[in-house]
Ligand binder design. Structure first.
Ligand code: MN
Ligand code: MN
Length: 314
């Protein structure tokens, strides 16, 4: 190897190390903001409150602190596990007896925080919340370099089953990378025959769901959250073209809300969204639910894998 080539290789290594450090620093910033907002919002999750008001407050607090939402704030109630965010003018209020999951995060230059907590207004479900919290803690206690994702999934499952509930077999924790909310590496919440090894320096959003239902979620019909896919094909609708460019520039690879588009472009977005989803330029995040009448609790933290353990960042 020539001297110039050697030097170039060294430079690249330094850049990579620098980027890793910067990624972790930015992630910590995003997590600190999420932590602050969680403490501010938790006491406001009350019966009679409109969830749209909570969602807008959370997203507003993120922006006030100089970050951006890493995905639309999700407030999922009862048998809905995830991916519900209010549409514009959503009148849904929290009712007595509800179990409410508040899942939000922000990003600093694409470095993401992702966390969730559950507030329960049905004392019969207090153990369901406990099951999800304890399962997450047990997994966290075992995350370190070399730990296997399928074994971690088994720990979550065992904890939840000890309470007499089911984990959700088609949801999982996920590695976070800059501008990537759901990276390839995942941590399930069920025992699996094989997995991958956790490595030092990785960042994960580990989340655990405990359910009184079937332990599997299915897509609900109406979609409120999208993401731009890296596909460029001709679009007939002028607004669709405009929206595609807007979303690619503003949200890049991260999810965004239909509600945000309505705010930007008005109610005429419906037709444009239809073309964009039909052509698969917009990926659709359907709200995910277990069977009617069941209840789900969720707990999630963003974690940094350290030398011999992991650190909760949120
Ligand atoms: Mn989340
Ligand atoms: Mn997550």
């Amino acid at each position: 190897m020539s001297e110039i080539e050697k030097e170039k290789e060294n430079d690249e290594e330094v850049d990579e190390e620098e980027e890793k450090a910067k990624f972790i620093a930015d992630t910590i910033k995003a997590c600190n903001i999420a932590k602050e907002i969680r403490e501010l919002i938790k006491p406001k999750v009350q019966v009679g409150i409109k969830i749209l008001d909570l969602i807008e407050e959370i997203e507003g607090e993120i922006i006030k602190r100089g970050a951006l939402p890493s995905f639309p704030c999700n407030i999922s109630i009862n048998n809905i596990a995830a991916h519900y965010t209010s549409p514009s003018f959503d009148e849904t209020e929290i009712e007595d007896g509800d179990i409410v999951k508040v899942d939000f995060g922000c990003h600093v230059d694409g470095a993401i925080s992702d966390q969730a907590f559950t507030v329960c207004f049905n004392s019969e479900l207090d153990n369901l919340v406990k099951a999800s919290e304890e399962a997450l803690q047990n997994v966290i206690d075992n995350i370190k370099p070399g730990a296997e994702t399928n074994v971690l999934g088994g720990i979550a499952e065992d904890t939840i089953r000890q309470y007499g509930y089911l984990p959700i077999n088609n949801l999982s924790g996920h590695q976070l990378e800059r501008w990537v909310l759901h990276s390839d590496k995942t941590i399930p919440e069920i025992k699996l025959p094989y997995g991958e090894k956790i490595e030092e320096g990785e960042v994960y959003a580990m989340e655990v769901f405990a359910s009184t239902g079937l332990g599997t979620v299915h897509d609900m019909p109406n979609v409120y959250i999208y993401r731009v896919q890296p596909i460029r094909i001709p679009l007939r609708n002028k607004l669709a073209r405009k929206m595609m460019t807007f979303c690619a520039n503003n949200y890049r690879t991260l999810p965004f809300a239909k509600r945000w588009l309505v705010k930007e472009f008005g109610f005429k977005v419906r037709l444009a969204i239809r073309e964009l989803t039909m052509k698969k330029i917009f990926y659709e995040y359907h709200p995910l639910a277990d069977k009617q009448g069941s209840f789900i609790a969720q707990k999630e933290h963003t974690l940094l894998v350290e030398h011999d353990s992991c650190k909760i960042l949120t």
